[in-house]
Design a protein around this ligand. Structure first.
Ligand code: ZN
Ligand code: MN
Length: 433
């Protein structure tokens, strides 16, 4: 690895919440595929005199997301106006949060134990959508005012591989929490990255922002490309301008979009139409109790059950599948978790047997076919009992738990192919005989 230049990368992730209504009005928030401009009102159209009011569910969802990532939750918070002009923003400003976000100082840990710090998670409103047709541009305001959560990490990433793992966990987390679909192709999750290279261990004096990237794969390509581009420029002794770049998939490279505005260009000030918000410890406690088992907790539990890291992470990557797996495990004592996971992942038997009980039945049938023959089983049991006289005596003295050990010995001889129930019954019969 090139030690002369070290990539310094931070991420911004926007996630649309799946609340019933928009952030500051009663219009439906579910806008995807709806007829343009049918879910609008004076508030989300930015008409003069319209008064916004905050969506409580969206605030609770944001706090839930923050708690899942170990964030501190502000006991006092507020909304601010962020001013900029763009046709999809009818008010001329976005209601966002500036200095008092709902959540700050969170932590995410990778599978290898790398730590990424989350700087803040705040709540804001989405903009309308521009649709370009030929030389015409049209605006759909159905998306205007949809609750949008923004997560900002510290610049802790050093390569695109860890970024990929982080983003997949963030997507899983919002899905597990049920606060967003996290669908990239529908724009429910949108990614941005800030990249600069530190030269000879010195802090960089510029930042290149990668924006409007709509897939994990494209983001990885864009970051890898950008690292190379910046390395070459620095190598030549050139200064890298502060700018926003996008990814052109057809060219296979990043392209300049505009030079970056400074934070104070936005003229942030407190939103005067929405009173500040006090968050009581009881509310935080209530939300904490609603948080389900999170992806990294589930992976750990699965590995604890004896699953390989690969199987554990495949099953965890789909909530419905992991629930199915949990149900099958609950229904079957004798089937190994690795067998269940293997049949689900390699043979997709969970798609064939929609009920977990159906899969259990199928596995038992499969295993029976493969069971050792009765005479083989019998001679194995006889051999084990002869070689374990102490175990036999222990059993006769009332130590029933020795049966498990004896079954294990028989299975060893049968290479695991003994029918567990038949072996147990045969051993007990012989011991009592
Ligand atoms: Zn509205
Ligand atoms: Mn934002």
């Amino acid at each position: 690895m090139n030690k002369k230049f070290e990539p310094i990368i931070g991420l911004e992730v926007h996630v649309e919440l799946s609340t019933k209504t928009k952030m500051f009005c009663a219009c439906p928030a579910d806008h995807f595929g709806k007829k343009p401009n049918t879910q609008v009102c004076p508030v989300c159209l930015g008409l003069p005199g319209a008064l916004p009011y905050a969506n409580k569910q969206a605030i609770e969802d944001t706090i839930k997301f923050g708690l899942s990532l170990g964030c501190e939750i502000s006991d006092f918070s507020k909304f601010d106006r962020k001013h900029y002009f763009y046709p999809d923003l009818p008010k001329g400003y976005q209601i966002s949060q500036y200095d008092l976000p709902f959540c700050k100082k969170g932590v995410w840990k990778s599978k290898d134990g790398n730590t990424i710090n989350v700087r803040r998670i705040h709540l804001e409103e989405d903009t309308g959508k521009l649709i370009h047709i030929g030389t015409d541009s049209q605006i759909d305001f159905n998306r205007s005012g949809v609750p949008l959560v923004e997560l900002v990490t510290e610049p802790d990433f050093r390569d695109s591989v860890l970024i990929d793992e982080f983003l997949k966990d963030i997507q899983l987390t919002v899905r597990y929490l049920g606060i967003s679909t996290g669908d990239m192709e529908k724009g429910s999750m949108r990614l941005e990255a800030n990249i600069s290279l530190s030269k000879d261990g010195k802090l960089p004096d510029y930042k290149v922002e990668l924006k409007n990237i709509n897939s994990f794969r494209f983001l990885k390509k864009a970051i890898d490309w950008e690292i190379k581009r910046q390395e070459e420029l620095l190598e030549k002794g050139e200064k890298i301008p502060q700018e926003t770049r996008g990814w052109s998939e057809s060219k296979g490279e990043t392209v300049s979009q505009r030079t970056k505005e400074e934070a104070n260009d936005y003229r942030y000030f407190p939103e005067p139409d929405i009173p500040p918000i006090t968050i009581k410890p009881q509310l935080i406690e209530k939300i904490k109790n609603e948080i389900p088992e999170l992806p990294w907790e589930k992976r750990k539990r699965y590995q604890g059950l004896g699953l390989s890291a690969g199987y554990a992470s495949t099953l965890t990557s789909e909530l419905s599948r992991s629930k199915y797996f949990d149900d099958v495990v609950k229904l079957s004592d004798d089937i190994s978790v690795e067998t269940i996971a293997g049949l689900m992942i390699n043979q997709k038997l969970d798609e064939q047997y929609l009920e977990p009980a159906g899969l259990v039945k199928k596995i038992l049938e499969l295993e029976k076919k493969d069971f050792a023959k009765a005479d083989e089983t019998d001679s194995a049991i006889i051999e084990v009992l002869e070689n374990n006289q102490k175990g036999v005596l222990d059993y006769k003295e009332g130590k029933a738990e020795v049966i498990g050990f004896l079954i294990g010995q028989v299975q060893k001889i049968l290479k695991g192919k003994g029918d567990p129930n038949a072996v147990r019954e045969a051993i007990i019969t012989k011991l009592n005989g």
